[in-house]
Write a new protein. Structure first.
Length: 712
């Protein structure tokens, strides 16, 4: 991580002839504060300066954040709309591209019905844009098929929080309190690489004696700084969490009064964790009994602990169970709603929190209202000016839309801000689905692997070329400022969607002049909902360093700490889980004897369509590789740097070997930021969690073979 901490007294970062525009990074949920340097004369973006006075990140930026501005005036930007003629893209005017889309969409709907169209959204966009994507699908296109990339990201956390707390806000406490915590239990999060600017808070706390327990099959840079590293077998988190709960109960660490007053289902939880003795837990998870016991005592003794987790526990076919069980650790200790303690998931994408609250999900309407709730439908229809009967019914989850394509039920798709050709599991199936479509439209600023399949590609403005809000991993709504005018002929996504709506005869529902008008409508749509933004305004955000939702009125201070007195369930109590451990969707067999898990490196972001274009980041990490323990490698006589073939029941790919002792001997790790033949998602298992419909990116069975020289 690059440390830009200013020397005391250094305030003025201005340089002659430049202005600094204060905004936030485009990438992860940390949403680090930054200033973008812009030429006063030409309006050109010149660079970045840290923002020391942003309370969440204090001027820190990671290697992606430092170079994020280089996307803006990048040579690879899509400059004009592209229409595919025969097999090559030809530049067109906006009118021609938009007319073609509206004609094609109308023709297909006339032939096959409204639901033949589908929308695949994403949450690297502002709240305003995410809100409008949902409205576009339902009020302009009139289709029930809309879902988004957060289904691959936050859906298991959402499912777990909804069932436990009755509301889905990623963190129950503000990040600025973390320095006062005594213990962090971090499961399936490689914080040091994926939310690097959080690490400063752990260090501050550790300077005062705080403990850290990390649960990960790899000794990541995060696990390396832990007091205890629980190196579990992928896919065994619910056994581990049950085992820790077992010990907390047995060793008298439960806050009985809190549990009686504030939780349901404790008796059932007690019964269901009973079989998970250290012996049994160790047998299932592969973690030594000693370490499990040590961790339980360390956590149990701490008066202010925070349980934190991320995709390592969530991207599993039992992801929701995992989330509810890890959350229960905090509840039985009576620490949710208290100072410097609680539960947090590390929100992945920049607007992974806000983007899931306002209607991009197949079953949700703005304000986290349920599409199956007639009152919610009535309310939102009124805000949108449509008849309740016009509101489409719930559709299906992101990956299941590809099944609908295969079945012929979906014939056109509009992908806005996602690259599922790289990031969805079992990519071969996804590629085949894209080929089966009659019509594919993609909004992006760089030609992605998904855009290559498209019939029309629309050049979206980048994050720096439009104003709006995002909601960071704490639940704090923040202000993204416009740094420059949209370059070339690009347009903000909300303008593009409004233009298509107009051509579909629905222009009256999309009358916006700017993002602020959309935010005003969003506030109203979210008013009284589960995720209430009604009291939040752009001015308040600027004056108060962001505002935490729920914030029901302009005189409400916002809610940095959740659940101080009550939970958001019907009876105000948190629901403890009582779920046992079940095997992953696919486990090692004679034919596929090892476990494959996938994830990230600090230098790349998601499908890599943005970071693979930044020279500095590519120099640091140009290609994917397979992390393997030397003992496993020796069984195959494989040396560091040699090439192996990995095969799962779905596909096969070649990868360079990186030997490391920082991984379990039964597990192979591959980062997923590359496309086509370099995409590890060729191998992954699309098995879904029954509740969240989250694919199991973190566990599948794999076979490895050594390639001879010249092969591969
Ligand atoms: N550098 C970088 N930062 C990012 C992103 C990025 O692409 N690059 N993406 C952002 C987004 S959208 C997201 S969602 C987050 C993701 O942030 P993280 O979830 O922290 O990242 P991952 O690498 O996917 O997975 C985290 C860890 O889970 C471990 N793991 C694998 N299987 C298991 C298991 O069965 N149990 C447990 N307990 N752990 C397991 C892996 O070894 C890995 O270290 O990062 C955000 N920040
Ligand atoms: N194997 C494996 N697969 C995974 C994961 C894993 O851990 N392992 N993690 C999953 C997770 S957590 C996630 S979040 C997904 C992410 O998967 P994707 O949704 O594919 O992620 P991105 O690469 O962010 O794709 C966003 C695309 O939109 C573009 N874009 C960025 N901002 C904007 C904008 O404002 N407007 C428009 N129109 N376009 C924009 C970018 O250039 C990029 O092409 O991947 C999932 N896939
Ligand atoms: S990628 Fe995340 S941690 Fe890195 S600078 Fe951007 S917001 Fe901050
Ligand atoms: Mo994510």
């Amino acid at each position: 991580m690059t440390d830009f901490m200013a020397k005391p007294g250094v305030k003025n970062l201005h340089k002659e002839g430049e202005k600094l525009i204060t905004t936030h990074c485009s990438y992860c949920g940390m949403q680090c504060g930054m200033h973008i340097r812009v030429s006063e004369k030409t309006g050109k973006v010149l660079g970045v300066e840290p923002r020391y006075d942003w309370p969440v990140t204090n001027g820190k930026l990671c290697p992606k954040g430092v170079t994020a501005y280089q996307q803006i005036d990048h040579k690879d930007r899509i400059k004009r709309p592209l229409i595919k003629r025969n097999t090559t893209f030809v530049e067109s005017s906006w009118d021609e591209a938009l007319d073609l889309i509206a004609d094609k969409f109308s023709e297909l709907q006339k032939k096959y019905g409204k639901d033949t169209l589908s929308v695949f959204g994403g949450v690297s966009m502002t709240n305003e844009k995410c809100y409008l994507v949902g409205k576009y699908a339902r009020a302009a296109l009139g289709t029930r098929f809309i879902d988004y990339n957060g289904r691959f990201c936050m859906s298991s956390a959402a499912g777990g929080f909804l069932s436990t707390f009755g509301i889905d806000r990623g963190s129950t406490l503000p990040w600025t309190e973390l320095e006062h915590s005594d213990c962090f239990l971090i499961a399936g999060s490689n914080t040091a690489e994926c939310h690097p600017t959080s690490i400063q808070w752990f260090w501050k706390a550790r300077d005062k004696g705080a403990k850290m327990i990390v649960v990960d099959p790899r000794e990541t840079p995060t696990a390396r700084i832990a007091d205890v590293h629980l190196d579990l077998k992928p896919g065994t988190d619910s056994a581990l969490a049950n085992g820790l709960l077992h010990l907390l109960i047995k060793e008298d660490y439960v806050d009985e009064r809190y549990v009686m007053e504030r939780c349901n289902n404790y008796k059932e939880l007690k019964a269901s964790v009973d079989p998970f003795t250290p012996v049994v837990t160790s047998e299932i998870t592969g973690v030594s009994e000693e370490k499990i016991i040590q961790a339980a005592h360390m956590y149990g003794k701490s008066p202010r602990s925070v349980v934190m987790f991320a995709r390592g526990v969530e991207q599993q076919s039992k992801g929701v169970d995992n989330v509810t069980l890890y959350t229960a650790l905090a509840l039985v200790r009576g620490q949710v709603g208290n100072f410097a303690s609680g539960v947090a998931t590390f929100t992945g994408q920049g607007n992974g929190q806000g983007g899931r609250e306002h209607g991009q999900k197949s079953d949700l309407l703005p304000g986290y209202r349920k599409l199956t709730d007639p009152d919610a439908v009535k309310y939102i229809s009124k805000v949108w000016g449509i008849e309740p009967e016009e509101m489409p019914k719930p559709g299906v989850s992101a990956f299941e839309m590809f099944d609908e394509i295969q079945a012929g039920n979906i014939r056109a798709m509009h992908v806005i801000c996602s690259n599922p050709a790289v990031s969805a599991p079992n990519t071969e199936y996804v590629w085949d689905s894209f080929k089966k479509l009659d019509f594919l439209v993609v909004n992006d600023f760089f030609l992605s692997e998904t855009a290559e399949f498209a019939d029309v590609v629309l050049p979206a403005a980048s994050w720096a070329e439009d104003e709006g809000t995002t909601t960071n991993l704490e639940g704090r709504v923040i202000h993204i400022r416009k740094v420059s005018e949209p370059l070339y002929e690009s347009k903000p996504d909300w303008v593009i969607l409004s233009e298509i709506a107009k051509r579909m005869g629905k222009g009256k529902h999309f009358p916006y002049e700017n993002s602020r008008e959309i935010f005003e409508e969003l506030r109203l749509a979210a008013k009284g909902g589960n995720a209430d933004y009604y009291g939040i305004t752009y001015d308040r955000i600027d004056q108060e360093d962001g505002v935490f939702w729920p914030c029901p009125s302009e005189d409400h201070p916002g809610t940095p700490t959740m659940f101080k007195e009550t939970f958001s369930t019907l009876d105000g109590k948190a629901n403890l889980p009582a779920v046992t451990w079940e095997k992953a969707g696919e486990i090692p067999s004679e034919e596929f004897p090892h476990i494959l898990t996938t994830g990230r490196v600090v230098f790349h972001y998601l499908s890599g369509n943005q970071t693979r274009r930044i020279n500095f980041l590519m120099e640091q990490c140009p290609l994917p590789y397979a992390e393997i323990h030397p003992e496993l490698a020796s069984q195959y006589n494989v040396q560091n740097g040699e090439t192996i073939k990995l095969t799962t029941p779905r596909n096969t790919m070649d990868l360079e070997v990186k030997l490391t002792k920082a991984i379990r001997k039964d597990t192979i790790f591959v980062p997923y930021h590359w496309g086509k033949k370099l995409a590890v998602n060729q191998l992954t298992n699309p098995c879904l969690d029954p509740i969240s419909r989250m694919p199991e990116f973190k566990v599948c069975a794999v076979k490895m073979e050594k390639l001879k020289r010249g092969e591969g």
